[in-house]
Design a protein around this ligand. Structure first.
Ligand code: AGP
Length: 607
């Protein structure tokens, strides 16, 4: 998780930048760098290693610069070397760029820029931005950055410094967090608030597709098409909790919107997007001879495991079963030393899952923990561990950890499949290409929020809601129902759509809300038939679909919530986004305690 900082003001920039980067070290990184405007010249210093290594290489006291940017890099495209460390420069050496996230179309842009004569010195996607800004510059840095961001695809946060415009830092945000701030005679930039505490007196959190400029008297924020943005700032001293919410009303909403980053970082840690190499140290030793897989988990984690059950069948020639952990302990599972048990748990402390791990190990299974928290009980009692990189999740209702679990489980399945089933290479290659685009698609999926807010006003009076889906989206229907239940207290149930005729159809009467997940690639025509059956009984059909413009769908659905079209691992993740937002906004309409719903705990450590 890269760290971004910037300073414009009356004080010396270099000490602030280095100190602030140290405050962001918790995010994890492998190189660091700063850029300054010193005596009218842009200077850049960077190296692999820690901030202290960079600091030791500099005579910090010798710098008089009052403006600069700093970065800690967590390598994604290109090894953690000096050359790949940020900031990156354009050909002229007059524009410096630091960046967090991924420019998904970097290869196409690089090819286009090289054809225009730009010369690159690194393997990074970030350097593409520096040259793109240079190529689009017509004198105004903010305009050039706006035009460059409009061409870039993916989820990212960017800060730009120019020798020709030393009075300001220009920033842009889409999918990765970025905050600007104002202090006494100073303007600030950061990827996270801790770097600004004690300095900025107020902060503003940029929203997706916003750009900004930071000067010694503060900051200004604009939409991508240049309209000024006027949102009340957050007083840093007034409400530290509000600050940690990143400008969102609840942690849950912040965490829903963090998913381009959290899913992106979970993928990027395991997948080299350039070579499609999968690095999963946990699986290096053994597992090639497994002949049976059990997933054990609870609640939302179980729904992720259920998604994996469907996904793994496509790539692994062995039976896979997702079992609720508390039930696993009561059954007599067929376990041998060739059985792989995957314990899925964001906390790594859920007692039912821990007990299932103990039962599996006692019967000779090999156990892999797939967890978000490090050094947890479940990890300690497993043979190996795979981490999701969702970051700390404060909201009791799991959101970003769920989609990160699906991404991580999908990658583990591909890695095992490649080893066990050479024929699965074509599926793997297609999957990995899709995953590289997923963060940007999640940004696109989140854009349905305004529609959902108005729909929630209508739904919040419902007494119960049905969620229907088929295939790999069935566990997503289960998750959508759980999200609604646990934070709005409205009864909801997820069901395989094919089962509707075998009972649940009795529930349908006039105005009964039925959320239906309709993917072009998964029994789509049958889903449309299910919609006919609901309409015939005057039910209210809310369709979530990757075919939102299909006339048949629009004829049947009372509301259509679009998701970007995708296949494999990406599809269940994208279909989850509207359901999370729907649950959240219904709960807000009802005024429940969204972040700490009644009767619930974030981690269930009692049986
Ligand atoms: C998630 O929204 C729920 N609050 C709950 O079901 C949770 O998923 C379950 O308790 C498992 O937690 P874990 O992932 O930490 O093991």
């Amino acid at each position: 998780m890269c760290g971004i900082v910037g300073y414009v003001g009356r004080e010396l920039a270099a000490p602030f930048l280095l100190q602030s980067l140290k405050r962001l070290e918790y995010r994890g990184y492998d190189s660091a760098g700063i850029a300054l405007i010193e005596d009218g010249r842009l200077l850049r210093f960077r190296r692999a290693g820690k901030v202290k290594d960079l600091e030791a290489s500099l005579d910090v006291a010798a710098f008089a610069a009052r403006v600069g940017i700093g970065h800690t890099r967590w390598a994604t495209h290109g090894a953690p070397t000096d050359d790949n460390a940020h900031p990156h420069l354009d050909c002229s050496g007059r524009i410096a760029v630091i960046h967090n996230g991924i420019i998904e179309n970097h290869a196409v842009l690089r090819h286009q820029l090289e054809a225009e004569g730009h010369v690159f010195s690194s393997q990074t996607d970030t350097e593409v931005l520096a040259h793109l800004i240079e190529s689009l510059s017509e004198g105004d840095l903010l305009d050039a950055v706006r035009r460059a961001v409009a061409q870039a695809q993916g989820a990212f946060a960017v800060a730009v410094l120019s020798q020709d415009d030393p009075s300001r830092i220009v920033v842009a945000k889409r999918g990765s967090p970025l905050v600007v701030g104002r202090g006494e005679g100073a303007g600030y930039v950061s990827s996270d608030v801790p770097a600004l505490l004690g300095k900025a007196t107020e902060v503003q959190f940029l929203l997706d597709d916003e750009v900004g400029e930071v000067r010694c008297d503060g900051y200004a924020v604009f939409t991508l098409d240049g309209r000024p943005v006027h949102r009340p700032p957050h007083r840093v001293s007034a409400d530290p909790i509000a600050i940690q919410k990143g400008g969102y009303k609840h942690f849950m909403l912040k965490e829903i919107h963090e998913q381009p980053r959290s899913v992106g970082e979970t993928i990027r840690e395991k997948l080299d997007e350039a070579t499609h190499a999968l690095s999963l140290p946990a699986l290096e030793k053994g597992f090639a001879d497994i002949d049976h897989v059990y997933f054990v988990a609870c609640g939302t984690a179980f729904h992720a495991a259920k998604v994996a059950e469907y996904l793994w069948e496509d790539v692994l020639p062995v039976p896979t079963h997702a079992v609720i952990a508390s039930e696993f302990r009561l059954r007599n599972p067929h376990i041998t030393p060739r059985t792989l048990v995957i314990a899925v748990s964001q906390s790594g402390e859920t007692i039912d899952t821990l007990m299932a791990v103990r039962r599996a190990r006692a019967r000779g299974a090999r156990v892999v923990a797939l967890v978000n928290a490090e050094q947890s009980a479940i990890e300690r009692e497993s043979d190996a561990v795979v981490y999701t990189r969702a970051g700390i999740e404060i909201g009791v209702a799991a959101t970003k950890t769920f989609t990160a679990q699906i991404a991580a489980l999908g990658l583990v399945g591909l890695a095992l499949g490649r080893r066990r089933n050479p024929d699965s290479e074509a599926v793997c290659a297609r999957e990995l290409a899709e995953l590289a685009l997923l963060p940007g698609r999640i940004v696109e999926a989140l854009r349905v929020e305004a529609r959902i807010q108005s729909l929630a006003e209508q739904l919040h009076r419902a007494s119960d809601v049905l969620f229907l889906a088929r295939g790999v989206l069935f566990p997503i229907a289960l998750e959508g129902a759980l999200k609604l239940k646990e934070i709005s207290y409205i009864h909801a149930e997820g069901y395989p759509a094919g089962e509707m005729k075998h009972g649940p159809i009795a529930l349908i009467d006039e105005g009964k809300p039925v959320v239906m997940l309709a993917s072009r690639d998964i029994a789509y025509e049958k889903l449309l038939s299910n919609m006919e059956e609901v309409k015939a009984r005057k039910g209210l059909v809310i369709a979530v679909s990757d075919a939102p413009d299909d006339p048949n769908l629009r004829r049947l659905a009372d509301e259509v919530l679009p998701v970007p079209a995708a296949t494999g691992i990406s599809a269940p993740i994208l279909f989850t986004i509207p359901l999370q937002l729907l649950a959240y906004h219904v709960a807000v309409s009802l005024g429940t305690d969204v972040d700490q719903p009644r009767n619930l705990a974030k981690t269930v450590t009692v049986e």
